[in-house]
Design a binder for this molecule. Sequence first.
Ligand code: ATP
Ligand code: MG
Length: 598
Amino acid sequence: MKLSHVFQSLKARHSPTRVTLQQYGTLFATYLGPQWLRACVMALLLIGSIVLELLGPQIIRTFIDTLQSDSRMQALSIIALLYLGVALSSRLVAAFATYFSEDVGWNATNQLRADLTRHCLNLDRSFHAAHTPGELLERVDSNVETLVTFFSQFVIRILGSGILMLGILVLIARENVWFGAILGVYLILSNIIFVYVQRRATSIYTLHWQAEAELSGFWGELFHGLEDVTSSGAAHYMMRRYFHLQRRENTTEIKSIVFWAGFECTGLILDVISMLIVLILSASLFVQGMISLGTLVLLLTYTAQLLAHAFDIAEQLGTLQQASASIERINEIYQTQSGVQDGPGVTFPTGALALTFQNVSFSYEAAQTVLHTISFQLAAGEVVGLIGRTGSGKTTLMRLLTRFYDPTSGSVCLGGQDLRQARLDDLRARIGLVTQEVQLFQGTLRDNVTFFADTIPDQRILEAIEQLGMSTWYERLPQGLDTELSSDGGGLSAGEAQLLACIRVFLQQPQLLLLDEATSRLDPATEKILTQATRRLMAGRTTLVIAHRLSTVESVDHIMVLEDGRVLECNTRAALACDPTSHYNHLLRMMNAEDMLA
Ligand code: ATP
Ligand code: MG
């Protein structure tokens, strides 16, 4: 038995098993049901390999007994060939059974992984805010990985070993009832010891598991913020923290290895004792002439097989524990329902969409209201510049429009339709969003603007670039659409990333445009191109733009000023600029044209 396997399986015992039989049943039915034919083949092969494994020692007994009574070479050769045939077929059938079980296991877990990924994608932002990417990765990948063994080996080994052991016990008892009884008692005893050790192991493995998780979390945090860590001179601090965490991980690991060694020793001692008893008993039976030499060998071989499979079952029970912990964690995700539910579907008008916020209040957490009874209307095709201090709720307001969250009270209507009634994918297809931080993906510029959709021809992308007035920028790119970008920023500045987002939105042709300008200062050339691109994007669309630059606000019809989640003022830009008491006028006076507004 591989130490690492059992070690792994014991490690998982940190979590109490609360998975019910019904849950196991549902899981098997959902993911093994569609593969029933393969599962049947797997079961048949399993039974075949068990029968062949039981047959081996019987042939050896016949061989020895024949050798003693009638040593004709021909009979002996036939028996030897038969043994060879049985041994070979047993290996072959076992190999096929393993292949099928792995296949069934991987198919089942691939499906489970796909279902989980889909489910996670549909969960709202509050779920994603509460779970780190590392944690989700562990659940969708590592926890599901554990179930491969559960779906494949668990069945083949627990069931297989169980049936095999029962068969061996019956065959041994047929030879000698006492033998059967002694081995039966031994198995029960060793299982009791195993369960006891397993319980003791829980606390040790919990500590090790926690230390490991903390270390992984540390790596995630470090690599994510590598730029900040190195630039702020925090590398020494991070190294100290790393040493601390690594030391804890090592200490707990050593403890668990020592524990495992003790456990394995106990197992070995038990094995040796039981083998000794069997040897003494069978030798005395042989000396008294009650059993033949062949039967003696048969009993010893069966005992060795029995002990090996008893350990195998113990190991597999560990896998079951590990699977239970994983199923529990996966179930937690499945049971999380998105706070944002898909609506029945509505028909939106074509062209630019009117927008209405009616007494909208919202809070991320119950204790802190971020938006307070906000009401405003935007006619179709109007462009509104949203300004306000940092943290005033501008981005939040946009998140309500894309239904990343729903308002705590009040309603948001688009094209006269309540957003809650619309289907989410239909709604989001009508809204173009350019956020403060544009996410790039590992791939070419083409992949990044089309989101890997190969149905959009290059010609359309190039037209979009031209119509947005970005040709000069595009021509500077070394490989044009084939320029490789990477998910960590890929050599694009914040402004350039927003240019890329503009192309994405232009290709989408939305009816409502939401623009959250990059707060970082852009170089004049990029800013000029971006301003031109966004202006062209706004044409013929209702637009809500969070403006951080005067140049953007200059082109809007209306201005809305937010402060602490409340609308401070909302009017035409000209009216607010002329009103000396207005906040906007105050801002204009305070800042020169180059300054940020927020
Ligand atoms: P900025 O100009 O800096 O982008 P903003 O006006 O867009 O600011 P929001 O991001 O809307 O501000 O945040 C408004 C308030 O909501 C802030 O107090 C912020 O701390 C809080 N907030 C934002 N996102 C979350 C979140 N996911 N969970 C909890 N609180 C949040
Ligand atoms: Mg913001």
